[in-house]
Design a binder for this molecule. Structure first.
Ligand code: ADP
Length: 328
């Protein structure tokens, strides 16, 4: 057994990645897999995405799309285990076992459940409520020590720690304590409503997708909310400056911060500079993404190799878990 710490994270295949996903989570995934101290496992969480309203064909397309985007960002299947959640059905088995030890009230207080129930009021399925249990199963199946995610997921990672504790108290010490790993940018805000997190569920004009062409980025940024007076404190301007810090040269960023402080900032200029910086930053990504999407058989091979690696660990974990709980 390797002594390396296990890093586990997953993402739902629900369309193109946006800059919040990237700065909050996926950029960190790519960095962590370069660190020899960690064994990284990354998963396309298609069972989770079933809590939404997609058709079967949407699902097929979106799994492939997410695989192409993550590879194009630098997830390296030689360094990391990279697979699709439903290809390893043991995840649902462990989730069931965790269902039986999770108090209902713990799920009902999850803010993501409350938010998502509002967003899809016509489809408040049980999966929306129990999804953090499946998430605990995803992480603990691989005895995940660290989970690189954005701020909105912290509550779920805490529930994973609780789940491990409930299980260990009842059946004996088995699962580790899991910790969330945050980046310096754990919460990127919406362009149009910068007091809410950037999320595709509010509409595509709220987000910058990594695949957006430069002219689309500029058009979206032009509509982004700023302050009515230069120099006025504004979450929209703060968000744009944070993006600039991440994608432009330090001197360019410092100049805008200075201009913001002394009230000479021109928002039009800030938006154009930012659009250029983001467009350039993701130019290689856009090209790689197109190439991967043209080679579906390569993507299928990568995912089936990941499935073999992940299955091996999951089967071993489940054998032990079944024994611990007394059903085998
Ligand atoms: P889910 O978390 O349900 O898999 P998302 O696509 O919302 O689906 O999130 C994927 C990852 O991106 C998660 O780690 C999440 O915390 C992170 N993330 C999502 N939106 C933001 C945001 N606006 N700012 C920072 N991180 C984000």
């Amino acid at each position: 057994m390797s002594k390396k710490k296990i890093v586990f994270s997953a993402i739902q295949p629900t369309g193109n990645l946006h800059i919040g996903n990237y700065l909050g989570a996926v950029r960190n995934w790519v960095e962590l897999q370069k660190n020899e101290d960690y064994e990284c496992i990354f998963c396309i969480a298609d069972y989770h995405a079933m809590t939404g309203d997609k058709t079967a064909q949407d699902r097929r397309d979106q799994i492939i799309l997410m695989a192409a985007e993550l590879l194009a960002l630098g997830i390296d299947p030689k360094k990391s285990t990279f697979f699709v959640q439903s290809h390893v059905p043991e995840h649902t088995e462990l989730a069931w076992i965790f269902n039986t030890i999770t108090p209902l009230a713990e799920l009902e207080r999850m803010t993501q459940f409350k938010d998502k129930s509002k967003k899809q009021a016509k489809n408040i399925n049980t999966g929306l409520l129990t999804y953090p249990i499946l998430q605990a199963a995803d992480i603990l199946m691989y005895k995940g020590n660290f989970v690189p995610v954005g701020q909105d997921q912290i509550q779920h990672v805490e529930l994973t720690r609780d789940t491990a504790r409930w299980f260990n108290n009842r059946y004996g010490e088995y699962f580790p304590e899991t910790e969330a790993l945050l980046t310096e940018t754990p919460k990127i805000m919406s362009l149009l409503e910068p007091t809410r997190k950037m999320s595709k569920s509010y509409g595509l004009s709220h987000v910058l997708e990594l695949a957006d062409e430069p002219e689309v980025i500029l058009a979206k940024l032009k509509k982004a909310v700023t302050a009515s007076e230069p120099g006025e404190k504004s979450p929209g301007v703060e968000n744009l400056l944070l993006l600039l810090k991440n994608f432009a040269d330090e001197t360019v960023y410092n100049n805008f911060v200075e201009a913001e402080k002394n009230g000479t900032i021109k928002y039009g200029e800030l938006k154009e500079t930012l659009a250029q910086a983001i467009g350039d930053y993701f130019a290689d990504f856009r090209e790689n993404r197109t190439q991967y999407l043209e080679d579906r058989s390569f993507l299928a091979t990568v995912l089936s190799e990941g499935e073999i690696k992940a299955s091996k660990i999951a089967k071993a974990s489940m054998k032990e878990v079944r024994h611990l709980i007394g059903i085998r």
